[in-house]
Design a protein around this ligand. Structure first.
Ligand SMILES: [Zn+2]
Length: 322
């Protein structure tokens, strides 16, 4: 999965913090308990001594088996006595141990050189947070998609908006469930307020939960950010570019709303083309009619959208006005 280095580093820092704070809390509790129950203080000293002796055995490579068994038996007896004392004083048995969020990896994020599921979850949470900065991800799920807003009356072209919306919803659900790096790109078009953004975010929700990286932006924001990077107006050099071109799924919303100039057209072309060449799925939505898109961009862009993307034509009345 193509998460950014920034995101991996953030996840690492979160786990380090979790680990350190669990260890620190345990130290604090242990100190307090040792003050309170002097027998436990002695036991702890005894355990420490045993630990030292065990490491010396290994260090000097002496014939260890018998001695080791004896030390282990002593240690077990002390641990048992400690548990008894803790319980007798109203503490849980594990009161002196660190309470990790993930016991499997003790909040290190890695088990046997492989990423632990807790780190995967941290990455997913960070991904959600990142996309939520720009779009109402939580509000736009499949379950919250209201088919009731779409009319059951056929339009002049005999298409029934409700039926069309049901079909699109169903296809998008399946697309999200089966999403992989080989998934096709989608092109959502039709008037404003017909649920295009909602459905692209509903897909994003599922795809993020599957552990893929997702980047969301309106075409205007993406063009602005890329321009700022290119002309050195931000310290975060190439961050947006890497995200937009490298993420597993790009949702490029509101195509056509970016400022009308050669830079924007070249940028959109570069995004569409690069992601197709590298086989990365993209969802593009637009309120523009196709002939207007053709006027605005040249055929190099529109022919890719019609030829390589799966088209979804949204119809009905603007649901935001209902
Ligand atoms: Zn873990």
């Amino acid at each position: 999965m193509a998460y950014s280095n920034e995101m991996y580093n953030k996840a690492k820092r979160i786990l380090e913090k979790r680990h350190d704070s669990a260890v620190m809390d345990a130290d604090m509790r242990s100190m307090q308990i040792k003050e309170e129950i002097p027998e436990i203080k002695k036991i702890q000293a005894g355990l420490q001594q045993i630990g030292l002796e065990i490491s010396q055995l290994f260090f000097y490579k002496q014939n260890t088996d018998e001695k080791l068994a004896e030390l282990r038996a002593r240690s077990e007896a002390l641990v048992e006595e400690r548990s008894r004392l803790l319980k007798a004083n109203g503490y849980p048995e594990d009161a002196m141990k660190p309470h990790f969020v993930c016991n499997a990896c003790e909040d290190k994020g890695v088990i046997d050189g492989r990423m632990c599921s807790c780190q995967k979850q941290v990455l997913k949470d960070l991904m959600r947070k990142e996309v939520s900065r720009f779009a109402p991800l939580d509000k736009c799920t499949f379950d919250k998609f209201e088919l009731g807003y779409y009319s059951e009356q056929p339009m002049e072209n005999a298409i029934v908006p409700r039926q069309r919306a049901e079909k699109i919803l169903d296809t998008c659900r399946k697309y999200a469930q089966n999403f992989s790096l080989n998934s096709k790109s989608l092109f959502f078009f039709g008037g404003a307020g017909l649920g295009k953004t909602h459905l692209s975010l509903a897909i994003a929700n599922v795809v993020i939960n599957k552990g893929f990286s997702v980047c969301y932006g309106t075409s205007q924001n993406i063009c602005d950010d890329l321009q700022s990077e290119q002309f050195g107006r931000t310290d975060n050099i190439n961050y947006t570019k890497n995200q937009v071109l490298g993420c597993d799924l790009l949702v490029l919303d509101d195509l056509g709303t970016e400022i009308d100039n050669q830079y924007s057209i070249a940028t959109i072309y570069n995004i569409v083309n690069t992601r197709l060449l590298t086989g990365k799925p993209t969802i593009i939505s637009t309120n523009y009619a196709f002939d207007r898109l053709e006027e605005k961009y040249d055929k190099r862009i529109t022919s890719r959208l019609t030829g390589e993307y799966i088209p979804f034509y949204f119809i009905g009345n603007d649901i935001r006005n209902l």
